[in-house]
Design a protein around this ligand. Structure first.
Ligand code: GYE
Length: 338
């Protein structure tokens, strides 16, 4: 082999080596470069370990949501670590810390309340674990602490409830007395559903919220608080606005026991559009429910996989929703999935 041929072969070997090194390094920086400091190395198709810190099991909505998210994670071939916080913030903080210690690839988190999670979310960020807010938002300025929020527009749901009521009672002269059953104190849906409802009501001064209290999103509490409302205001109540269907269903029972007709003597507005609400509407006991769709598991898993493979996501992704009235209930009931 002459000198020229030898040096050409050497050059080719060197070029291939440089190309090989470049390919290796772009593989790893590709992962690291993805947003929110994830650990990288994630390509689509990779089996991920996903920690899911759920609020609790307080409502029909929650049960459907838990199932949807769990199923989507395992159906996609990922490993699920699940923790039920039983509506307690301290349990969620513990769960997230344990997910961090176990070095999961991603954390899905439905915060029970909006505030008080900053420290633990910073810990997740420092550990390089991406956090996905599902269903409920947090009230934290530094939005680099989570990748995206996937959930409903709760303020809009409150507006929808109010707009339905105003249309329904537009012919009524004089005051319309409303009692409100709020969701869990400090939770995003309770804060926002109240805000949206009041925003619309501000232009209709004859509609008055005469009582407002939390029923913690549960049937039992909804019934208990409604009993107290009836005791103090009895026949003065025209409308119940309940931040979810479960509390409305509990309240319906209280109204019947008190001797009034829910749906007629007192108009009942709920939120969620769970099966129980459709049953109550079909029985003429509830007037309307504003949809809040819990079945976003598959959409959530797609987002996690997209993020892991380096895609940039919007900070807020909404679920599309509608409202349903009493007259549609019988027809739609068999098609309801939650
Ligand atoms: O409306 C209620 C549940 O966060 C949207 O939580 C969710 C709410 C839902 O307990 O039923």
């Amino acid at each position: 082999m002459n000198k020229q041929v030898k040096s050409k072969i050497m050059l080719l070997i060197m070029i291939s080596f440089v190309l090989f090194l470049a390919a290796c390094s772009s593989g790893s920086t590709g992962g690291e470069a993805s947003s929110n400091g994830n650990k990288g190395g994630g390509n689509s198709g990779e089996k991920l370990v996903i920690g899911f810190s759920q609020v609790g099991a307080e409502s029909e909505w929650r049960t459907a949501n838990t199932e949807s998210v769990k199923k989507a994670i395992t159906d996609a071939g990922h490993e699920l670590k699940f923790s039920d916080a039983q509506q307690k913030q301290e349990n969620q903080i513990k769960a997230i810390r344990s997910f961090i210690a176990q070095k999961v690839d991603a954390i899905v988190f439905s915060p029970v309340v909006e505030t008080g999670f900053e420290t633990v979310l910073k810990e997740a960020k420092t550990a390089g674990i991406p956090v996905f807010l599902a269903d409920r938002a947090v009230d934290i300025e530094d939005d680099s602490l989570w990748v995206t929020f996937l959930g409903s527009d709760f303020v809009e749901e409150g507006r929808k409830a109010a707009n339905w009521l105003i249309e329904e009672m537009e012919d009524v002269d004089g005051e319309v007395n409303i009692v409100e059953l709020q969701g869990t104190v400090g939770s995003a849906p309770a804060i926002d559903r109240k805000e949206g409802f009041e925003e619309v009501m501000a232009d209709h001064p004859n509609f008055k919220i005469i009582k407002s209290q939390s029923g913690d999103f549960t049937r039992a509490k909804g019934k208990e608080v409604m009993e107290a409302f009836l005791k103090s205001d009895g026949d003065n109540i025209d409308v119940l606005y309940s931040h979810n269907d479960d509390m409305a269903i509990g309240a319906i029972q209280a109204i019947e026991e008190y001797g009034l007709k829910p749906g007629e003597d007192i108009k009942i507005i709920g939120v969620d559009a769970v099966k129980g609400a459709f049953e109550a509407m079909a029985a003429g006991k509830m007037n309307v429910t504003v949809e809040c769709n819990p079945l976003f598991g598959p959409q959530l898993v797609d987002l996690i996989e997209a993020h892991i493979s380096g895609e940039k996501l919007e900070k807020r992704i909404s679920v599309e929703e509608s409202i349903y009235t009493m007259d549609q209930a019988e027809e739609l009931l068999p098609t309801r999935k939650y």
